[in-house]
Design a binder for this molecule. Structure first.
Ligand code: HEM
Length: 198
């Protein structure tokens, strides 16, 4: 969000236009917020949590696309390669939620959730929880907060470059940024919103 202010501004415009500013998004709103959905998809794709999925071993020999794979071979799901496929995602290293939207503003059929949670019988059983939690966090955050760069001693913006700790599951390194309540959000208004049904 700090690197791409146009993204959170467009998302806030979508949220405000549909919900107004007196309530927080809930799951009933989800189908009506395609740009927020596109941000979720791009979040899953841009920096996959498990870039090599999980290791599996073949239980029998197989031939896949002309390759003979003996029984007992360790197979790796190269989610990173799928998510960075330039033919499928031009400028794949860029965070571009618009790639998930058609010219009419509806969602495309290419949802990275189809591969970031693994495949087959051992597919992530927490994927629906993860999807709902991420949507709720992203939608609520966008509805209530602004994001900007912090300044260095000369007053210039510090634009963080994404750096990740390596491991089976990837985590971003801590980076400086400024996160502040949106102008219409005060402690009192948040308490009022949270106390209401909205
Ligand atoms: C963005 C969030 C998440 C991502 C990207 C993710 C991704 C994955 C992947 C790639 C696998 C390996 C699937 C395979 O072997 O093909 C996996 C397995 C698993 N995940 Fe997740 N996961 C996420 C969140 C969660 C959550 C929230 C839970 C629990 C509530 C969870 C529980 C599990 C479990 C128990 C397995 C092992 C399944 C098995 O081996 O049978 N995951 N996950």
């Amino acid at each position: 969000m700090v690197q791409n202010p146009h993204v959170w501004k467009r998302a806030q415009a979508e949220i405000d236009a549909f919900l107004g500013i007196d309530r927080l998004p809930d799951f009933d709103d989800r189908p009506f917020l395609p740009y927020v959905e596109a941000i979720l998809r791009e979040t899953l794709r841009w920096q996959p949590v498990t870039p090599l999925g999980a290791m599996h071993a073949t239980t029998s020999s197989d031939i896949y696309k002309g390759f003979y794979i003996p029984k007992g071979t360790t197979v790796v799901q190269n989610v990173w390669a799928m998510s960075r496929d330039e033919a499928r995602y031009p400028n794949a290293e860029q965070f571009i939620p618009e790639r998930s939207l058609t010219a009419e503003g509806t969602l495309t059929d290419d949802n990275p959730a189809k591969y970031v949670f693994g495949f087959g019988r051992r597919i992530c059983p927490g994927r629906h929880t993860a999807d709902a939690s991420l949507w709720s966090a992203i939608a609520t955050t966008l509805a209530t907060l602004d994001f900007s760069a912090t300044k260095d001693t000369e007053g210039k913006d510090i634009i963080p470059q994404p750096k990740y700790l390596s491991g089976l599951a990837r985590h971003p390194e801590i980076f400086p940024c400024r996160i502040s309540p949106r102008s219409h959000i005060s402690k009192a208004s948040l308490e009022r919103i949270l106390a209401s049904d909205g």
